[in-house]
Design a protein around this ligand. Structure first.
Ligand code: C2E
Ligand code: MG
Ligand code: MG
Length: 466
């Protein structure tokens, strides 16, 4: 109830009567409470939100500095959540978030606080922890809960999460520092195997700082055109005819000079930067190939490496189609190289590869023989070429196993109508062994290193002359 009291006076300013008006303000209070709840909670999971969590963490930290209690902060991130959102839609994404919140809450004690930081990130404060073992056992319970299946669109699926842990007082004495360090630990779990937890240590701080510096430098590099492509010739090794080239990206850093892709591609994949970088690579390769066609270099096929992360991008197929249209390159002169890791998730990748092939371009499996694919199911895949990994070529002339493997690949490819190309050819002996086994295509330092645009053009001129 809300009451207002009013004095009503007579002409001599003597009190005459007191007026009290009372009104029922239940509705208003309810609205206020809802607004308060909305402001301090996450509406999807009903967990406290970031603001509330930070306030509670700050207050709790002041308390424990006096009581000398220990506590831990967990930073939790769902694995591959973006993929669920993109592939199954946002409603399913929301459902998964709600389930994840339940899995987390069920593993905690009543006194612990779990909050949603936004997106697929959660943060937890484990209060009054005895020792590290107690923290670890709760973390393991969270991971275990995530093994339970979730029903999305009538189908059962599971999701995993990664957890970074920072403990008070060892890993920081401000809320911000604890969270930052839990986040660094989380970053490393993500980088390694996911579906696991790490406890923060000093080393991680440096690693995560280093990563952030490189990531920013890469963003800047992309804006300032510091990336460029080299092209490695691909030949018909039976008659030494040039058939195409593989585009390989390099980063020309203003202070550090040329940085090879091995040093930055995986970070670009983790941070998602591979999507815009990959788009540039694809565009530039197609543009260059078209330019060389017009120069009369023959119908060279350009091979472009694409990472799984790019294929998972829902716009990828449209993007490729657009680039082919814009550059005017015939689709049959474009080949996308994917690594075997693509086949770790066959169900979602096969339709994408099929769509790509329906544009008229070719798909090649890079580094073949080093990863997931087995010769038994390769025939069911929508692909055109197997690219035998250089590690088998390296000792093909001395090692019976490598020789047998390459021979088996060539034989299998022949029976199911795939092309084979050998990479990493460095010696005359490699060429001879490969030729004997019936391999037709190859690339490697023996023929040429990857070349800058001008050097590649020179290479083409020379091949025509000789
Ligand atoms: P990859 O696609 O298997 O490329 C072949 C790598 O082997 C290249 O290294 C190439 O320079 C090197 N190579 C070529 N011939 C020989 C040889 O005879 N002997 C030896 N030892 N090596 C040879 P690079 O350019 O450092 O690229 C490394 C990897 O980085 C590539 O492996 C590919 O997975 C990735 N990469 C390169 N460019 C791109 C790109 O544009 N996009 C993506 N997503 N990944 C790329
Ligand atoms: Mg490649
Ligand atoms: Mg390769």
């Amino acid at each position: 109830m809300e009451g207002t009291i009013k004095l009503i006076l007579d002409e001599d300013r003597n009190k005459e009567l007191v007026l009290i008006a009372m009104s029922d303000i239940t509705d208003r209070k309810e609205v206020e409470q809802t607004i308060y709840h909305l402001a301090y909670h996450d509406s999807l999971t009903n967990f406290p939100n970031r603001v509330t969590f930070m306030n509670q963490l700050r207050t709790y930290m002041m308390d424990v500095k006096l009581t000398k209690q220990k506590f831990a902060v967990l930073f939790i991130d769902l694995d591959n959540f973006k993929y669920i959102n993109d592939q199954l839609g946002h409603d399913s994404g929301d459902l998964v978030i709600v389930k994840a919140a339940e899995f987390i809450r069920e593993a905690l004690r009543d006194s612990d606080v779990a909050a949603r930081m936004g997106g697929d990130e959660f943060i937890v404060m484990l209060k009054d922890i005895r020792d590290l073992n107690e923290t670890i056992s709760i973390v393991k319970n969270i991971l275990a809960n995530f093994q339970k299946p979730i029903v999305v669109n009538g189908k059962e699926c599971t999701i995993t999460c990664s957890i970074g842990v920072a403990c008070f007082p060892e890993h920081g004495d401000t809320p911000e520092e604890l969270i930052k360090n839990a986040d660094s630990a989380l970053g490393l779990v993500k980088k390694n195997q996911k579906n696991n937890y790490y406890i923060f240590n000093k080393n991680m701080e440096y690693i995560s700082l280093e990563r952030r510096i490189i990531e920013n430098a890469m963003r800047k590099g992309l804006k300032e055109n510091q990336f460029f492509l080299e092209y490695q010739p691909k030949l018909n090794i039976q008659n030494d005819e040039l058939v195409g080239m593989e585009a390989l990206v390099r980063w020309n850093h203003p202070d550090l000079g040329t940085i090879p892709p091995g040093k930055f591609i995986s970070l670009a994949e983790e941070t998602g930067l591979i999507v815009p970088l990959g788009e540039w690579i694809l565009k530039e390769s197609c543009r260059q190939a078209k330019e060389w066609h017009e120069k009369g270099f023959g119908k060279l096929v350009v091979s472009v490496n694409v990472s799984v992360r790019q294929l998972q991008d829902p716009n990828f197929v449209t993007q490729v189609e657009q680039i082919l249209m814009e550059t005017g390159l015939e689709p049959s002169c474009l080949e996308l190289e994917v690594t075997e890791s693509v086949f770790a998730d066959l169900n979602s990748m096969i339709p994408i590869l099929k769509q790509l092939r329906s544009l008229g371009l070719h798909i090649s499996v890079d580094d073949f023989g080093t990863g997931y694919s087995s010769l038994s199911y390769i025939k069911h895949l929508p692909i055109d070429t197997l690219k035998v990994d250089g590690s088998f070529v390296k000792d093909i002339h001395t090692n019976e196993e490598s020789k047998a493997f390459v021979k088996a690949i060539i034989h299998l490819a022949e029976t199911i109508g795939l092309k084979v190309i050998a990479e990493g050819i460095e010696l005359k002996e490699h060429v001879e062994a490969l030729k004997r086994d019936g391999c037709i295509f190859g690339q490697g330092y023996y023929y040429s290193r990857p070349l800058k645009k001008e050097a590649f053009e020179e290479f083409v001129q020379n091949i025509v002359l000789t």
